[in-house]
Structure formats: structure tokens, C-alpha cells
Write a protein that binds this ligand. Structure first.
Ligand SMILES: Nc1ncnc2c1ncn2[C@@H]1O[C@H](COP(=O)(O)OP(=O)(O)OP(=O)(O)O)[C@@H](O)[C@H]1O
Length: 689
């Protein structure tokens, strides 16, 4: 590898016919060199002894494929077809048509700083097959401390994860897995696998992929995995940020008033109403409700309009094009029937231009000139038809108008009454321009139909090469339908856990509702969890059992210290003691998890009196950089720490009669890898006492 890097870096060798060619060659060579140089210290992490056609050979598996031209020695990449053999339980495969290969031995090679540190056989034909080595290697890896970002698991990918990651490219997949089963991690690995040249037409260019995560703290934490996986350029954002960006309303404040109502209102009838209304707003049928509404809106905007314009054509004198209201209505009808992905406005422009050219019957070389002459009046006409409907106003108009809701014929009387009701009227709204998270997908639907949906490339919209949706249980079927329009067909991956759903009023009731929006989608399940020690996993299970009757998840049997309990006394003093204990146990990345964001600053202040300096993470603008932090449970979701301290671990803070609160307590208690402390000024919560 070093020899190859030297050759690439040698400017003398990279000389072309002229200066420009030489510079380009040198740049490319430098890029190659930079890419390879990070792998020099650990060129491979495993080997496979295989027998193909009677010949035995050893293949080395690394994070980067490499071939030494002098010696022919090579390393195969983990994401290649052959690389898959290292992770799966399969023993046979066919390297080429008609030939048969057999795996004789799988071996983990612990290499660091160019030194082989350890050899562990995972499978060995001669030693009787499976050795238990895979579990041993996994446990060693899981013993390590957390870092300030998500890490790759290329070296210890487990067979079921390997299968999920390599689900056929171009087929949508929903990966269901309990907390800590590696869903998010696997989602990113799937992108890396998808970006390999071996995927052929399904290859995804990282710069054209998007990962949607529930909040920006988590997005930034997860994005740290991208360079390790060679995924530079992937956009990692939140659905809200993506939606408001597409709408051109970055400053729009996104509220979740349904959640506010559910948490504060004591009127059960109103709570039920708010829940059902939110759920209906995210129903996939709303896509066609919006579509019908737009059809009527654009249809009436078009009434009385005509398109009559003079055109100058060399050699043919003064001509004109003329389309009456009926012609325009017919064009609009055809555009709606075709439902073009770039949106109706673009589709209408295209149809109108085609019609004009047909009327004039001009030669191909004259077409651009004609279109240029007509560009302004066409834009004016489009403005009259389409510009009146901005997503925000149009959604509000639709939801306030019984007739519009009725137009599609898709909603029952009861559902229409539900949409017209306003159970949230008592929940305050911000002063700034705002939209509720339950309305946002509808606004996105208006945008998608009128102007298209996808990835902005210059002024154009292109479909994403691949979209990954994390915490997918918290998003509505309507959003799924929109994502399907925004990505290449079949290039969708959802990662989620229906049992971890925090927002049932926004999410799907089951994965089947999602699969309906993603034709051909399969649901795969990751059954094992990896994050925490046996002691922490068991505590989490006790909380989850109260709302989740499904099968118990199977954790990796990793032993750790008992969960520590600190009850009775001044809270800050107890927390400071817990922090010292966690530090004494050797942990550096420690989270103090509070129930509410408003508590964090105050607590940070109070802890200073006890010589404890914890960094508060209060808003989505903060970033987690490791060390000791205080953050609310809503921002802790998806993050993990070597040690976690749950404050207010009591009944007064997490009301056990409310399922939502128990779910939050579960999230808080499942953030730690190795060490967990529970703190309460009074008595501990009955579920964790
Ligand atoms: N094969 C593996 N080898 C080593 N570590 C793994 C493996 N799979 C998962 N992990 C580790 O398990 C932890 C949980 O992974 P991840 O955060 O991707 O899970 P998740 O299912 O998305 O969890 P949550 O639902 O809580 O967000 C991480 O620390 C990850 O590195």
C-alpha cells in the first residue's frame, strides 16, 4: 500500500501530454493516495480460507479493496459479494457461473498500527465448524467505551445484520429492531454498500442520498460515521428541516401542539379527538385529498384565461399561437392524469410548449428560439394558474373547508367532521410564523404536486439516489408516500421500532400501513440487542414490559456493574456523587438525563457548587462532543454514552399512569453502554426501585 501511495504521490510519474492533463492526473492520483492512506495502519481485519475448483486460497477482508500490481496480493472489500461470506453463516457460494466455492475457515485478524495483535478463528472446518469466536470478538468490541459519534461495525457485523444490510438493492426495506439492535448503524452501512460499484445500476452516489433523523443533535452525532464508511456528501438532516427547506420556509417554527395537548389536557374526550385528528392528517389517503383539492383550485384559477401570443419566425413572417380556455383545461387534465414527478407546474409548461410547437410546426433547430420568445408569457400564465396556491395557505384552506374535504370522496362524514374540529384551539401558538408537525406532510404534498419533490440540484429537482428514514415508527404513512416520490423507485430504507414509538398519533399503526406506500417493501427484524450490559438491559425490559407485550428481546450476554441507585437527599448532591462514581469506574463520556429541557441549565449551575462541570445540551443547535453533558430525554434518544445518570427517576417526574411517560423513562434508562445510575431526591420510581 505504501509503495502504491508513493507512486501516486510521485509527480514525475503523473505527467500527461500537456500541463492541464498533468495537473488533472496528479489531482486524481492524490485523491487515490489520500483514500488509501487511512487504511495503511489496518489494511484488513479478517481472512477467509476458501476452496474453489480444487484450489485453496486465502482472501483478506478489509475496509478498502486493494490490489498490489507487483505481487498480485489483494484485499477484498467488506461490502463486496465475497466480503459477505465473512459475515454470513453460508459456507458455499458460486464465484462464477457453474463453479462452486466452499468456505474452510473464517478468521478475525486484530490489526492495529501495522501490527497483528490477535487471531481469532470464527469458523474452522478442521476444528469442527463454528468456534464461538464470533461472540468472543463481539463482546470484546462491546466492552469498549462510547465515543462522541456513531461508529462503524464493519469488523463485527453479525449475520442477521449483514442480511438486512444487503437486502437486494432497488427494493424498499423496513428494518424493525429493538433499542440497541444496530438499526441506525445498519442503515448507514446499507448506504455504503449501496454506493459500491458492484451495485451496478442501483449504485447510489453518496452526495445524492439523504438520511432523515428525528433531531439535529442526533443527526450530527450519527453523521460522524460517514467518513469511516466513505460516505462523504450524504445529507443527514431531520424531516422537518428537509420539508421547510423544500418549502423555502427555513425560518418556519415547527410546533407539535398535539403532543402539548396530550401531555397537559385532562379532558379525555379532547385528547382522543386530538389523537384521532393527528392520525387522520397523516393518513396516506390525504395525498389524494390534496390532489383533488389542487385539481379544483388550479381548474378555477384557469377559468377565463387564454394564451394568445405573436411569434416572429424568420422566413415565415408574423405568426401567432392561440390556446383557449378549453385547450388549457385539456392540457391541465392531461398533466393531472400523467402526475409528473417534477410537479404539475413543470408538467404544464412542458405540455404547453409542446402544444405551441405543434401549432407552429417549426423545425427542430428553430424550437429553442420560439420557446425563448414565449418564455415570459408562459411564465406569467403559469404564475396565474399555480402561484396562488402556496403550501401553507392551501393546506389551511383545505382543512377549513368542508366542500374541499368532501371533493375527493375518500373521506367519510365522520372523518370530515374530525378534520374540521379544532381540539388544539386551547394550545398556544408561537408568535413567529409556524406550522404544526402534523400539517407539515400535507404542505409537502402540495409542494410535491405543484412543484415536485426531491433533491435540489441547482434550480432543478432530482430524485434522491437513496433515502434512509430513521426512527421510522414516528412518521406518518403520508410522509412515506411522499418519500417514495422523492427517491428512485425502490431506493428507500426505513429503520424503526414500533415498540419505541413515542408519537403514536403521528406514526403508522403497523408496518403493513407503511409497506402499502412502498410497493414491494419487506419487513426484516433484528432480534438481538447490543448496546448495554445485562444489568442495564434487564432494567429497561422491566419498564418496557408495562406497555409492550411482544416477545422479549435477546441481549448480548455481557456482564457489567449493578445499576446504581441514589435516593433521598438533595438532588444535585446525589447527582454529583453519581458522576464521581461513574468517573471512578473509568468512564469519560457521561450523560445526565433530565425529563425536561428547562431543567438542564439550572442543574448545570447547581452542580458547579459540587465541583461538577457538566455541559448542557438544551436545544437542537447544540452538538455532543463527548465528556460530561446534561440533556433532556427528548434529545438523548438515539444517542449513547459509556455511563448515564437518570435524574428525577421517580413517580412525580415520570407519571406511571401515562404510557408516554413510561416510554420516556425507558429511553432515558437505555442510553448507557456500561454504567447506569438512577437518582431521586425522594423515593425511586416503582418500576426501577
Ligand atoms: N455488529 C455489531 N458490532 C458491534 N457493535 C454493534 C453491532 N451492532 C450494533 N452495535 C452497537 O450497538 C449500539 C446500538 O446501535 P444503534 O444505535 O445503531 O442501534 P439502534 O437499533 O438504532 O438503537 P435505538 O433504537 O436505541 O436508536 C451501538 O453502540 C453500536 O455500535
Amino acid at each position: 500500500m505504501l509503495r502504491q501511495i508513493e507512486a501516486w504521490e510521485d509527480r514525475e510519474r503523473n505527467t500527461g501530454a500537456d500541463l492541464e492533463t498533468s495537473l488533472t492526473m496528479a489531482d486524481t492520483a492524490e485523491e487515490h493516495a489520500a483514500m488509501l492512506s487511512v487504511h495503511v495502519h489496518q489494511p484488513y481485519f479478517g481472512s477467509l480460507k476458501v476452496r474453489v475448483g480444487g484450489r485453496e486460497q486465502t482472501l483478506y477482508i478489509g475496509k478498502h479493496a486493494f490490489r498490489d500490481l507487483h505481487t498480485g496480493r489483494h484485499i477484498v472489500s467488506w461490502e463486496s459479494e465475497v466480503g459477505s461470506l465473512f459475515y454470513s453463516d453460508a459456507l458455499e457460494w458460486s464465484p462464477r457461473k457453474g463453479s462452486q466455492g466452499r468456505v474452510r475457515r473464517r478468521r478475525q485478524l486484530d490489526v492495529a498500527h501495522k501490527t497483528l495483535r490477535r487471531v481469532t478463528d470464527l469458523y474452522d472446518d478442521e476444528a469442527g465448524g463454528e468456534t464461538g469466536g464470533r461472540e468472543e470478538v463481539l463482546l470484546r468490541r462491546l466492552e469498549e467505551g462510547s465515543t462522541a459519534g456513531m461508529r462503524d461495525v464493519v469488523e463485527t457485523l453479525q449475520p442477521e445484520q449483514n442480511g438486512a444490510m444487503r437486502h437486494p438493492a432497488g427494493t424498499p426495506v423496513i428494518i424493525q429492531g429493538a433499542a440497541g439492535s444496530g438499526k441506525t448503524t445498519i442503515g448507514f452501512h446499507r448506504l455504503a454498500w449501496m454506493s459500491s460499484a458492484e451495485r451496478g445500476v442501483h449504485r447510489a452516489e453518496p452526495g445524492r442520498c439523504m438520511v432523515l433523523m428525528p433531531n439535529r443533535v442526533l443527526a450530527a452525532y450519527a453523521a460522524r460515521i460517514l467518513p469511516e464508511l466513505g460516505l462523504g456528501g450524504v445529507s443527514v438532516t431531520t424531516p422537518e428541516a428537509w420539508a421547510t427547506g423544500l418549502l423555502g420556509l427555513e425560518k418556519l417554527e415547527v410546533t407539535d401542539r398535539t403532543l402539548s395537548l396530550l401531555l397537559t389536557d385532562t379532558d379525555n374526550a379532547r385528547r382522543a379527538l386530538a389523537w384521532r385528528r393527528a392520525k387522520l392528517l397523516g393518513d396516506a389517503r390525504m395525498l389524494d385529498v390534496v390532489r383533488t383539492h389542487l385539481w379544483n383550485r388550479f381548474g378555477s384559477a384557469l377559468r377565463g384565461l387564454r394564451f394568445h401570443e405573436p411569434v416572429e419566425l424568420r422566413g415565415r413572417g408574423d405568426l401567432s399561437v392561440s390556446l383557449g380556455e378549453d385547450d388549457l383545461a385539456r392540457l391541465l387534465h392531461d398533466v393531472f392524469a400523467a402526475d409528473p414527478l417534477p410537479g404539475y407546474r413543470a408538467g404544464f409548461r412542458e405540455a404547453l410548449e409542446a402544444e405551441v410547437l405543434r401549432q407552429l410546426n417549426v423545425g427542430e433547430d428553430e424550437e429553442p428560439g420560439v420557446l425563448r420568445q414565449l418564455s415570459k408569457p408562459v411564465t406569467t400564465l403559469l404564475g396565474r394558474i399555480f402561484a396562488a396556491a402556496t403550501p401553507v395557505t392551501e393546506v389551511r384552506r383545505l382543512l377549513a373547508d368542508e366542500q374541499s374535504l368532501r371533493a375527493s370522496g375518500l373521506l367519510s362524514d365522520k372523518e370530515i367532521r374530525l378534520l374540521l374540529a379544532d381540539p388544539l384551539s386551547g394550545v398556544p401558538t408561537p408568535r413567529r410564523a409556524h406550522a404544526d408537525v402534523t400539517e407539515l406532510p400535507l404542505m409537502l404534498a402540495v409542494q410535491a404536486f405543484a412543484h415536485g419533490i426531491g433533491r435540489a440540484e441547482g434550480r432543478k429537482l432530482e430524485p434522491f439516489d437513496h433515502v434512509v428514514l430513521d426512527e421510522a415508527q414516528d412518521y406518518s404513512p403520508l410522509l412515506y408516500a411522499l418519500l417514495a416520490r422523492a427517491a428512485r423507485p425502490g431506493h428507500l430504507t426505513a429503520l424503526g421500532d414500533l415498540n419505541q414509538g413515542m408519537h403514536g398519533y403521528k406514526g403508522p399503526s403497523n408496518w403493513e400501513a407503511v409497506a402499502e406506500q412502498w410497493p414491494g417493501a419487506q419487513v426484516l427484524t433484528l432480534a438481538r440487542t447490543y448496546r448495554s450490559t445485562r444489568q442495564i438491559t434487564a432494567l429497561g425490559a422491566r419498564i418496557a414490559e408495562t406497555y409492550n407485550r411482544s416477545v422479549r428481546v435477546q441481549g448480548v450476554d455481557r456482564d457489567g456493574p449493578e445499576v446504581q441507585r441514589y435516593a433521598g437527599g438533595q438532588e444535585a448532591a446525589l447527582i454529583a456523587r453519581a458522576v464521581r462514581d461513574a468517573q471512578a469506574a473509568g468512564h469519560h463520556n457521561i450523560a445526565i438525563v433530565t425529563r425536561r429541557a428547562t431543567e438542564t441549565e439550572q442543574l448545570a449551575e447547581a452542580l458547579r457548587d459540587f465541583d461538577t462541570d457538566a455541559q448542557p445540551i438544551t436545544t437542537q443547535e447544540h452538538r455532543y462532543r463527548g465528556g460530561l453533558v446534561i440533556l433532556p430525554v427528548s434529545l438523548a434518544k438515539g444517542l449513547e454514552f459509556s455511563a448515564a445518570i437518570v435524574t428525577g427517576a421517580d413517580e412525580a417526574t415520570y407519571d406511571s399512569s401515562t404510557e408516554y411517560e413510561r416510554r420516556l423513562l425507558y429511553v432515558a434508562a437505555s442510553r448507557a453502554l456500561h454504567w447506569l445510575g438512577l437518582v431521586s431526591a425522594g423515593e425511586l420510581h416503582p418500576l426501577v426501585a
